[in-house]
Design a protein around this ligand. Structure first.
Ligand SMILES: Nc1nc2c(ncn2[C@@H]2O[C@H](COP(=O)(O)OP(=O)(O)OP(=O)(O)O)[C@@H](O)[C@H]2O)c(=O)[nH]1
Ligand SMILES: [Mg+2]
Length: 303
């Protein structure tokens, strides 16, 4: 009998560092949404990878930034608690941005919060810089924090990811696997479906709008013919936002619905009937139920 290992690996870093891209790459499937905009991920999202006899449970977290709103504070609190619950923490830093003010703040916080657990540095997006810059950055970051190990990766292109996974697997504690071996994620389907629609909205809408809306799956109906009917509600804060979201003759919401439905069909492997409804709810950012629907705790970061 071989000895198994298992444990949690938290991916933390500034917004846009590539945490969700790395999670998806490790899992080999898209379980967490990705956009080119900051603050895409709002809650902790787990994805499972296997390396030999080790089961690695990766925990994607919201980006760490200086929060302003109640939602921001709940997101940042969720990220830090993801780190606190993990066996190993991986800090992602963008190669081309280097040691930003935001990275410095994270390093200071890590000094207090790491609590003796291994913290690996993953310099991500190495496809964007020259190799000599990476050596300088590695030294700079290791002078600021005592990382257990440093990796240079491109989560998007896959460079260095196998090396990182093998190292993480060897560092995790011995023990039984935490999930059935064919499970890759533990987010309920209704939440994954809401996230996919939010991704399409974020890609399509500009400026502040993506940050002022939330998507919830209201109804999920498996039909006899094998298809599924999904009803989703998009909460916005103002009438004006509803107008922008609908677009001229409803073109915007139609395009979002189509993109989301196509991805859902691919993900579920079945036909999907998706119905989107936009609701104006000026105070949704202060409603506890909206947070639990997102997988966040209303009180976290807001005591
Ligand atoms: N060039 C390049 N782009 C990358 C790489 N990894 C991620 N990206 C891009 O960086 C952007 C942000 O990626 P995400 O995975 O959403 O970043 P995140 O850290 O999860 O961001 P938040 O959820 O907002 O905290 C996306 O446009 C990705 O395609 C990489 O290795 N190279
Ligand atoms: Mg993310």
């Amino acid at each position: 009998m071989t000895e198994t290992r298992a444990g949690f690996v938290a991916l933390i870093g500034e917004p846009n560092a590539g945490k969700s891209t790395l999670l998806n790459r490790m899992v080999g499937a898209k379980v967490s949404i990705v956009t080119h905009k900051v603050q895409t991920t709002r809650a902790r999202i787990r994805g499972v990878a296997i390396e030999g006899d080790t089961q690695l449970v990766f925990v994607d977290t919201p980006g760490l930034f200086a929060p302003r709103r109640r939602l921001d504070r709940a997101m940042v609190a969720a990220a830090w608690s993801g780190a606190a619950d993990a066996d190993i923490v991986v800090l992602l830093v963008e190669a081309h941005r280097g040691v930003t003010a935001g990275v410095k703040v994270i390093l200071e916080a890590l000094n207090e919060r790491a609590g003796g657990r291994p913290v690996a540095l993953a310099i991500n997006k190495i496809d964007k810089v020259k190799a000599d810059k990476l050596l300088v950055l590695t030294k700079e970051l290791n002078d600021l924090y005592d990382f257990t190990e440093t990796f240079m990766i491109s989560a998007e292109k896959g460079h260095g990811v196998d090396t990182l996974r093998k190292w993480l697997a060897a560092e995790l504690p011995k023990g039984p696997w935490l999930y059935p071996e064919d499970q890759i994620a533990d987010l309920p389907l209704r939440m994954i479906a809401a996230e996919i629609t939010r991704e399409k909205l974020t890609l399509r809408l500009h400026q502040e709008l993506p940050y002022q809306l939330t998507v919830e799956t209201e109804n999920w109906e498996d039909r006899k013919d094998g298809s599924v009917k999904i009803d989703q509600l998009i909460y916005v804060m103002r009438d004006g936002h509803k107008g922008i979201l609908l677009g001229h003759k409803g073109e915007t919401i139609k395009a979002v619905g189509k993109a989301s439905r196509e991805e859902l069909e691919e993900f579920l492997g079945r036909k999907v009937h998706l119905f989107l409804q936009v609701k104006v709810r000026p105070n949704w950012l202060n409603e506890a139920e909206r947070y639990s629907e997102m997988g966040l705790n209303f009180k976290d970061g807001n005591k």
